[in-house]
Design a protein around this ligand. Structure first.
Ligand code: GTP
Ligand code: SPV
Ligand code: MN
Length: 608
């Protein structure tokens, strides 16, 4: 509603024009009272609105325009220096009963949380504009989609939500006069980490986020709604919200098999979702389709098959390490209409990041906006990176060369295999297959991974991250395991569950497996197993490919590397079981007995 946003006092006209939804109007009014913005602007999602907001953000310095010839429609944004990743320690699930949030979540009572955050939100939008963003996770008007409304004082958030979700007037039309929606309130406030809170109230279908401007903390449709709130709704309504990519592998005969894969943050989902077949496999004629790179909503279709949709409309992807060799599809996707966050600005207004294409610029500005040159060191002699290790791109999925709207079926694509994986230097082999659904759920529930730059905390530390959902499960994870087990029982043909690890290292500390495109070799074996062939040997932990089962054509691995990648060390595994037991212990009696049964079974097999 262009006009209403053009001046002070636009609020009233805007509201009445945009929606008849009394609950929505009342809530916006209450939040306006609390945050006291100078004005309220309802976002319609139009091109005109986009241009206007970009212009404002350029003049305020929130965005920097990039080279219009080389990077048309692209912008650079720099976050505050203490605000570069999700802050899990400041993220809370606020349920009436603490045990419903579970030991996997920080918990605060709803009363306390609302009171605490209100003191920060009060007056936080003075001299600012509050934007009202109606958005849909999933296709607008699909019965499986969920609607949210985010109130924010950040233009960066509006422009990102435009890319990441379907937003604007069509969503309000579907919401009608009394539709259900998730209420999201966000304010940057003063970006003070000591006054930063990311609060979820699943019982009220509400999210409050304050004191941050970083993606996962503030794009409330993403981790907050599409995972934490949605996982809660999924448990109640019989479906699942997962931290998963979805990809299709098309064979020369036109048949497409779809796979979902869950890896923790910054562990390779975007890369796998856009995989390019390696030279040695090109002759086989596989074509890859990208359905989603971060979140999947899974339902059991009318045919009894597990089906997946990507509720997002864009990518919020990791930049460091992304280049034309590792991820050519992403590189093609982010050439236009992309928001770059926290990377190097070159003098010609292009951008650069560590592990990106080409040489770094001879001089430029680092992600903090300071003058920067390659090879600069800090006072301890450590290299100063130009881009923040968790620097990211925001780009529309429609620009991805391997995306096709026909695969964006509101009923979801049928899933043939579910893959889990972590970043582990040791212990877990390149790939193994679980014995059955229940065993697969156990395998996923004991996943572990080394911490990455995607969240604050000690980098490299191994932590358990069941289903890559530990930071995102909006309720007690013991109940979540039970939900996984129950979903399997409802499926006609539960997909096979696999575990992969691209990150195993050798004696020299280097990765043993080349990764990236070559991961298709592993996916090929997975598909063969799904189809009932593909050679494997049965081991204590599951089925492992025989030494010749994975096609290594064109890959010149040193002798024994494959053996090492596919080996399991009983002693190391038995040690790991102790860590697993300690992890499960925190769930007490609430842990499904099937998980313990599987753990005991594995222990016996390892000791045999
Ligand atoms: P989130 O967006 O945080 O959920 O991350 P993601 O799981 O989508 O991770 P992404 O694909 O962006 O990869 C993160 C980092 O891991 C990047 O620096 C990649 O270059 C690197 N990476 C991805 N796949 C591989 C692989 O197969 N092998 C190796 N060694 N590195 C990889
Ligand atoms: C992740 O950290 O898993 C991400 C990025 O996908 S964020 O949206 O910041 O959570
Ligand atoms: Mn993610």
């Amino acid at each position: 509603m262009g006009q209403a946003s053009s001046g002070i006092g636009a609020r009233k006209t805007g509201e009445t024009q945009m929606t008849q939804h009394k609950g929505l109007l009342k809530w916006v009014e209450e939040m306006t009272q609390l945050c006291q913005p100078d004005r309220v602007v309802w976002c319609d999602g139009s091109e005109e609105e986009k241009k206007r907001l970009e212009k404002q953000a350029l003049s305020s310095g929130e965005l920097i325009e990039l080279n219009p010839k080389k990077l048309p429609g692209c912008f650079l944004h720099r976050t505050a220096q203490n605000d570069v990743a999700r802050t899990e320690n400041l993220t809370f699930i606020c349920t009436l009963r603490k045990e419903d949030a579970g030991p996997n979540n920080n918990w605060m009572s709803p009363n306390e949380a609302y009171a605490k955050a209100s003191t920060i939100f009060r007056g936080a939008m003075k001299a600012r504009t509050m934007y009202v963003i109606p958005f849909s996770m999933g296709q607008v008007s699909s019965p499986f989609s969920k609607i949210g409304v985010e109130l924010t004082d950040s233009i960066y958030v509006v422009l990102n939500m435009r890319i990441m979700t379907r937003m604007g007037t069509p969503v309000l039309n579907v919401l009608g006069a009394n539709g259900e929606f998730t209420k999201g309130l966000h304010s940057k406030a003063d970006l003070d980490i000591n006054r930063r809170l990311i609060l979820h109230f699943p019982e009220d279908n509400t999210i409050w986020s304050v004191g941050s401007g970083y993606g996962g903390n503030v794009l409330l449709g993403k981790k907050c709604l599409a995972l934490r709130i949605a996982s809660w709704l999924g448990k109640k309504e019989g479906w699942m919200a997962e931290h998963m990519l979805v990809l299709g592998i098309e064979k020369p005969n036109g048949e497409i098999k779809f796979i979902t894969a869950a890896f923790p943050s910054a562990c390779g989902k975007t890369n796998l979702a856009m995989i390019v077949p390696p030279e040695g496999l090109k002759h086989k004629g596989y074509k890859i389709w990208t359905v989603g790179d971060d979140i999947a909503w899974l339902r059991i279709g009318r045919d009894g098959q597990l089906r997946a949709v990507n509720p997002e409309a864009g990518f919020f992807g990791v930049l460091p390490g992304t280049n034309s060799k590792t991820n050519a599809v992403a590189m093609a996707t982010i050439k236009r209409n992309t928001i770059y966050t926290n990377v190097v600005l070159a003098p010609d207004k292009t951008v650069w990041w560590e592990g990106g294409d080409g040489e770094p610029p001879q001089e430029g500005m680092d992600w903090k906006g300071n003058p920067w040159k390659p090879g600069m060191k800090d006072k301890h002699g450590k290299p100063i990176p130009g881009a923040q290790p968790n620097s990211r791109f925001t780009a529309p999925i429609g620009q991805c060369p391997t995306y096709h709207p026909k695969l964006d079926d509101p009923e979801g694509v049928p899933i043939s295999a579910v893959v889990f994986g972590g970043r582990r230097a040791h212990v877990t082999p390149l790939v193994y297959e679980s014995f059955n659904w229940q065993h697969g759920v156990y395998v996923a529930s004991q996943m572990a991974s080394e911490r990455t730059a995607a969240q604050y905390g000690k980098q490299g530390e191994v932590r358990r991250d069941p289903m890559a959902m530990f930071p995102f499960c909006g309720y007690n994870m013991a109940d979540y395991f039970a939900h996984w087990l129950a979903m399997g029982k409802r499926m006609k043909n539960p997909p096979k569950i696999f575990h992969v690890n691209w990150f195993r290292t050798g004696q020299d500390g280097k990765f043993l497996w080349p990764g990236f495109g070559d991961n298709l070799r592993v996916l090929e074996w997975i598909l063969k197993r799904v189809e009932g062939h593909g050679e494997a040997r049965e081991t204590a932990i599951g089925y492992i490919p025989t030494s010749k089962a994975i096609d290594l054509t064109g890959l010149h691995l040193k002798p024994n590397v494959m053996d090492e990648l596919l080996s399991i060390d009983r002693q190391t595994w038995l040690e790991d079981l102790k860590l697993q037991e300690a992890f499960y212990a925190q769930f007490g009696e609430r842990l499904p007995k099937e998980i313990r049964t599987e753990l005991e079974g594995l222990k016996k097999r390892l000791e045999a």
